[in-house]
Design a protein around this ligand. Structure first.
Ligand SMILES: Cc1cc2nc3c(=O)[nH]c(=O)nc-3n(C[C@H](O)[C@H](O)[C@H](O)COP(=O)(O)OP(=O)(O)OC[C@H]3O[C@@H](n4cnc5c(N)ncnc54)[C@H](O)[C@@H]3O)c2cc1C
Length: 317
């Protein structure tokens, strides 16, 4: 079922969902299942699976370094299929512009359609680690908006080079990213919202937000998005702080602020066990308030570890 249909069917009840990341290459999928198992009692209607960008690795060949390109966490669509069939739950692959040509994206979407995957998350992806700014791959899209257009074309039966007459059209429900604290490259929140509106006008059916720790940022974002004419569901993405290093890491990686009371609560902790407890309590409060404020779904960034999400879900759902 489509995300928008799940939301409609819930009739105002807030749903629980979460995001997982594929294992690193060479690791077994069992650890992923072990982390999903305890979360299934909260009946997630859908689970997101991220896609990692390719990166360069340098292999030492007797002092001469050979540069190779690799994807450290491959398998997004395969994992979506495995989870969908194991748990009978909708799965959502993240589809990136970065690292893919339009043709490769088309093949990936064809795979998804054959597998009965009805939702995809359309994302640009970040710059590669050696790049200062995002550069599209050869023959790839520059912005998520262009990817949304490709997916919507496929929904109309329009393939890239129009060599075939499609009689089996895809019907993907498309999610896109939104940033309550603005995307790092956007000159202002207002201009970022205009870009978000372009994605919705191109056919995005719902928005999932970047993580935030101050709910007022989400509520204000939803208000501004509505003022800008964005009328699709806006799903908050949240994450519990789990280690003290998150205080530096999360703002650096995701360009978000951490509220002062949360910083001081973490700084008072003697070890990461205490930090984890603080993170869980903060996230429970955040979740309850978002629920009261009418969030359609609470979408948790699990980063592949479920024990803290399980405790939060137990207290909230
Ligand atoms: C919910 C969620 C899930 C994510 N999952 C993944 C994942 O699985 N894998 C991964 O690698 N990354 C993931 N990301 C990170 C995401 O790829 C990065 O944040 C990326 O930098 C931007 O992606 P986007 O889809 O928002 O890009 P876009 O919507 O294309 O926007 C990128 C920037 O360009 C600007 N912009 C847009 N259109 C134009 C235009 N026409 N002209 C000029 N500027 C423009 C926007 O304002 C923004 O600053 C995720 C992010 C979120 C919020």
């Amino acid at each position: 079922m489509k995300v928008t249909e799940h939301i409609k069917k819930a009739n105002g009840k807030t749903l629980f969902s979460f995001e997982i990341i594929p294992p690193t290459k060479g690791k077994n999928i069992q650890e992923l299942y072990d982390n999903i198992d305890p979360l299934m009692e909260f009946e997630p209607p859908f689970i997101d699976v991220t896609t990692s960008r390719e990166e360069y690795v340098y292999i030492d060949r007797n002092g001469l370094f050979d540069r190779k390109i690799t994807r450290m966490r491959p398998g997004t669509v395969g994992i979506c299929a495995a989870i969908k069939h194991k748990y009978n739950v909708d799965t959502i692959p993240h589809v990136l512009c970065g690292g893919f040509s339009k043709e490769e994206t088309e093949y990936l979407l064809v795979d998804c359609h054959y597998l009965g995957i009805e939702n995809v998350m359309a994302l640009r992806g970040d710059a590669m680690s050696h790049q200062k700014f995002f550069e599209p791959s050869n023959g790839g899209h520059h912005y998520a908006c262009d990817l949304v257009k490709q997916i919507q074309n496929l929904n109309k039966g329009k393939y890239l080079h129009d060599v075939i007459e499609a009689d089996d059209k895809a019907d993907f429900c498309v999610g896109v990213a939104g940033y309550p604290e603005k995307h790092v490259e956007a000159p202002s929140l207002n201009s970022d919202l205009k870009r978000l509106k372009e994605k919705v006008d191109a056919g995005a059916d719902y928005v999932v937000t970047q993580m935030f720790f101050d709910n007022s940022k989400y509520f204000e974002f939803v208000k501004e998005a509505r003022n800008a004419g964005i009328d699709v569901p806006i799903i908050p993405g949240i994450k519990p702080i789990a280690i003290s290093r998150h205080l530096q890491m999360l703002p650096q990686v995701f360009k978000i602020d951490i509220p002062e009371p949360l910083i001081s609560a973490v700084e008072k902790c003697k070890n990461n066990k205490e930090v984890r407890q603080v993170g869980i309590e903060w996230c429970i409060q955040q979740s309850k308030e978002l629920m009261e404020g009418g969030a359609p779904v609470l979408h948790y960034y699990s980063m592949g570890k479920s024990s803290n999400i399980e405790r939060i879900a137990k207290a909230v759902f």
